[in-house]
Design a protein around this ligand. Structure first.
Ligand code: ZN
Length: 247
């Protein structure tokens, strides 16, 4: 991806930050200034976002290092304002391998959340809106716990491009084959996307955005797999033709 800042390598995988990430940091600083926050509060907010993205990198490394075990290398992990992307050189077609790779990402966030849950003293009461409204040294780690839980829940949505979509496809592929499984998973994802957009229209515009994201994620995944299958069929046919001619 162009215009990315290279942070270095972890286990041979390049970690890149896309320039649009700076817009996110700028937006945080701007909104803190508008609230009249002092420098310490602003820095804490920035530190919080950076920590979230550290969790995202660990999530992506979960995918990448599991893929490596199956002989699939990862060129880079790119951080975007909306999350991270691990660029695997290919997605294994073996459903068990895809399942393990897909689960490994959210599993990292489960481990982080579990570790925080173990070290943090339990909250005396359920957090209210004020608890979430600003980051303080007292609630920093609690909020980090919630964010990791959200990452797990979000990726549990069984639709592409979320990890849950890949888990669903892999599970279906055990019985139905990859092409049919992708079709079903993509259709389910698109129905879910339309449902999100419908709900978002009435309650929260952010859901419309997620809906669009999911809709096109499902569509493109289906296109890629159907197209690959078509190509494969094509090659088989070409091969048969060649044989025929040789005969
Ligand atoms: Zn993931």
């Amino acid at each position: 991806m162009k215009w990315s800042l290279n942070l270095g390598r972890v286990a041979g995988i390049k970690i890149l930050v896309h320039w649009t990430f700076l817009i996110l940091i700028g937006w945080i600083v701007f909104s803190e200034m508008q609230r009249g926050s002092d420098l310490a509060a602003t820095l804490l907010s920035v530190a919080f976002v950076v920590t979230i993205f550290l969790c995202v990198v660990l999530h992506e490394l979960g995918h990448a290092l599991t893929a490596k075990r199956y002989g699939v290398s990862t060129k880079m992990i790119t951080l975007l304002p909306i999350g991270g992307v691990a660029s695997l050189e290919r997605i294994p077609e073996n459903p068990k391998q895809e399942l393990m790779i897909a689960i490994a990402g959210p599993a990292v966030n489960v481990v982080i959340a579990l570790a925080l849950w173990l070290i943090l003293p339990p909250l005396r009461e359920l957090p209210d809106e004020a608890f979430f409204s600003r980051i303080t040294p007292a609630n920093f780690l609690y909020l980090l716990f919630f964010v990791n839980m959200m990452l797990v829940l979000f990726n549990a949505i069984p639709a592409f491009p979320m990890d849950g979509g890949r888990v669903l496809r892999a599970l279906l592929a055990f019985k139905l084959g990859r092409v049919r499984a992708t079709q079903i998973a993509a259709n389910m994802g698109q129905m879910l996307a339309i449902f999100f957009m419908f709900i978002g229209f009435f309650y929260n515009p952010f859901l419309i955005l997620i809906g669009i994201f999911v809709f096109f994620g499902a569509w493109s995944e289906n296109m890629v797999v159907q197209h690959l299958d078509f190509l494969r069929g094509h090659l088989v046919r070409e091969g048969m033709m060649t044989n025929f001619v040789t005969l």
